[in-house]
Design a protein around this ligand. Structure first.
Ligand code: ADP
Ligand code: ZN
Length: 661
């Protein structure tokens, strides 16, 4: 008797990296473990997906099943990572496949030729001070709760967590450690310091790597040869095999929030991944976020403190310059007091840093004849003037990137360009003002202007650190991380800029930024001074800065947020609608508002035009959803928004937003 043997087929659910909510059913000749990476055909594209750990869908008819095309020769995704992906999708309400996309599975498709080898780290760590040693011991002892490593700038937080990393590496030969930094610009310095201390380089992960580097680093993480991985947000989604420790450095930094695609906060998600991976997590900061401080207070997190600067370095003296009492000369932006302090500092051979968080020459150009203001055609924003000479200057929109020459005539009254007036300062204008203080000869101080307009080469940072520059003028890129031993005077040109506005964390952020900036001054033997120019010297944030009183700021912030039931006391989500037709966008927003869930514990604010009411030609309206802690916010939002579609209108949902423009 002859029986026809039917080929055995296994059904699998495969999640592909695309904006879809769940896995699809495929067939395979052989059973495959959950997490296996497979090549599949999806919507006429070849994609690398992952076998998802859910029961196969038997309803899809056999004839319709597509076979997976190949199985990749890499370790399957760890279960912990798949749980994490599920959790990120549930929290952010992003499609599951969009979260998988963050894992970069495509990097597994082309195997690197040369075998990957683990670096041979030989740490040579400095001896810790007694306080530091105590902190390191406390960190090593805590495995279950996240730890806040809370210490002033220069107290040795990095040294201390380096010790913890060294211990973790020694404890298990396959242990992997992830260090998240808020910005790529900070990685270079960190890598140098790490390499010097550990005798080997870490594995780097960020968006500036070449495709070949990415493949190599991804695969080294997947096969366990990468032991210490340092990166920006996205490194959180790498396929670690044995993740033992995550360090989030500068945990308070707002750049940990991802602002496009999947809108996740890398600090919060790091805590989540650590929980699934049963890894330890250290959040390090000199100015922790209110969220983290409250988690310490409620006992969810443990705090380890380093209250003093290492060695002889002291906290800088902070003085407030009242811009109303001591105004700069007409057309200038530095008060006489600030200028005098500059001259004295330079005379002693020390460095001065001027901070102004505004690129370009002037934030606004207007016509003195008719009052016309140069606006971006695509955005509800002024064009920023770059370059001081009207004949050569450009107008740039910092929101959409539009740039054009300053026109010869006013578009509204046809007045000649000499009637145009630049209003307010940008760093180019402050640089000009500083240059004008000195004779233009070899006695002039060496000056450097730094902003995100031009990439700062690592060598440039090193030259500043070696003291080969006398005056540094820059935007926020100079605020973080860098250690300039000869810097003793920091001048904040306009401290009022960050206060107010639409951002619920404005006060906290201003304090963090200015405090951090102050941390650049007097880090070595010489003590430092910070001069803050403000027109509101009585403002509680300014007063707190003067006294180095973080607790006062946090107390105030807590009160404000508690009263308003803002995060972290209440929950918040932003629903931003945009489209080219303003009326359509508004109508869609109004309809959503009408269909909002009725619950006394939920308040829907708006719709209102977003502060940036037009961006890249799209009109923008927003609803803010405030909810009590007792509400399951995600369930409420998806019940309300699922299936809602409006022609020509996009809906962007941000759970726990940090960006309010
Ligand atoms: P933080 O991360 O808190 O800003 P760092 O770890 O960068 O502090 O330390 C500040 C400076 O002091 C660095 O130059 C560091 O090398 C030095 N330092 C800190 N602790 C020690 C130590 N125990 N021995 C030698 N140098 C130290
Ligand atoms: Zn624009």
């Amino acid at each position: 008797m002859n029986h026809a043997i039917k080929q055995a087929t296994t059904r699998l659910q495969v999640l592909v990296p695309a904006a879809i909510d769940g896995p699809f059913t495929y067939a395979s000749q052989v059973p495959l473990a959950a997490g296996s990476l497979v090549g599949v055909n999806f919507a006429n594209r070849h994609l690398v997906g992952a076998v998802w750990p859910v029961a196969a869908d038997m309803a899809v008819p056999e004839a319709k099943l597509k076979y997976v095309s190949n199985v990749l020769d890499v370790p399957p995704l760890p279960r912990e990572l798949m749980q994490f992906i599920d959790a990120v999708a549930s929290f952010t309400l992003a499609p599951l496949g969009a979260v998988l996309q963050l894992c970069g599975l495509a990097h597994a498709a082309k195997l690197v030729k040369r075998p990957l080898t683990a670096p041979d780290y030989q740490p040579t760590l400095p001896t810790l001070s007694p306080e530091q040693a105590k902190a390191a011991t406390a960190l090593a002892a805590q495995k279950t709760k996240p730890i806040l490593l809370d210490g002033v700038t220069g107290s040795g937080k990095t040294e201390v967590y380096f010790h913890v990393i060294a211990d973790a590496l020694a404890a298990a030969l396959d242990a992997q450690i992830l260090v998240l930094l808020p910005e790529i610009s900070l990685t270079h310095q960190w890598i140098e310091r790490f390499t010097k201390t550990f005798g080997g380089a870490p594995t780097v992960w960020h968006s500036h790597l070449t495709p070949a580097q990415r493949r190599k680093h991804w695969q080294a993480t997947a096969n366990g040869t990468a032991r210490v991985i340092v990166g920006a947000r996205s490194a959180l989604f790498l396929p670690f095999q044995n993740l033992q420790l995550i360090v989030v450095d500068e945990e308070h930094d707002p750049s940990f929030k991802q602002e496009d695609g999947v809108l996740y906060h890398a600090r919060d998600m790091a805590v989540m991944r650590a929980r699934f991976a049963q890894a330890a997590v250290i959040l390090s900061s000199a100015t922790p976020s209110l969220e983290t401080l409250l988690n310490v207070e409620s006992g969810k997190y443990i705090r380890v403190e380093l209250p003093q600067r290492f060695g002889v370095a002291e906290m800088p003296t902070v003085t407030l310059i009242d811009l109303l009492n001591e105004p700069p000369e007409r057309g200038e932006f530095l008060s006489p007091t600030a200028k005098q302090a500059m001259l004295q500092t330079l005379a002693r051979g020390e460095q001065v840093l001027l901070f102004l968080n505004r690129r370009g020459y002037a934030p606004l150009l207007l016509c003195r004849t008719c009052g016309h203001r140069f606006q971006c055609d695509n955005c509800s924003a002024w064009m920023v003037m770059h370059g001081k000479n009207i004949a050569h200057a450009t107008l740039q929109c910092h929101h959409c990137g539009t740039r054009k020459k300053v026109p010869d005539k006013c578009p509204s009254c046809e007045a000649e360009a000499e009637m145009f007036a630049a209003c307010g300062p940008g760093i180019e204008r402050v640089t000009e003002e500083v240059r004008n203080m000195f004779a233009l000869d070899e006695t002039a101080p060496r000056l450097v202007m730094l902003s995100s307009d031009e990439a700062v080469a690592p060598e440039q940072w090193s030259a500043i650190e070696r003291g080969e520059v006398d005056i540094i003028i820059g935007t926020q890129i100079i605020a973080k991380g860098h250690h300039f031993p000869r810097l003793t005077l920091v001048i904040v040109v306009d401290a009022d800029m960050g206060l107010g506005g639409a951002d619920l964390r404005a006060g906290e952020r201003t304090f963090q930024l200015l405090h951090q900036l102050g941390g650049r001054a007097g880090r070595a033997e010489i003590s430092g001074t910070v001069m803050i120019q403000t027109s509101q010297p009585q403002h509680p944030i300014m007063q707190a800065l003067k006294r180095h009183d973080r607790n006062a700021v946090m107390k105030l912030e807590r009160q404000l947020r508690q009263q308003g039931n803002w995060p972290p006391y209440g929950q918040l989500a932003s629903i931003l609608l945009d489209g080219v037709n303003e009326q359509n966008v508004l109508r869609a927003a109004q309809q959503l508002a009408r269909e909002a869930p009725h619950d006394p514990r939920i308040t829907v604010l708006g719709p209102a035009p977003a502060p940036l009411s037009k961006l890249r030609g799209q009109f923008r309206f927003r609803l803010l959803v405030k909810a009590d802690k007792t509400i399951h916010l995600q369930r409420t939002l998806s019940g309300w928004l699922t299936g809602k579609k409006f022609t020509g209108v996009r809906i962007k949902l941000d759970v726990n937003p940090y960006y309010f423009l």
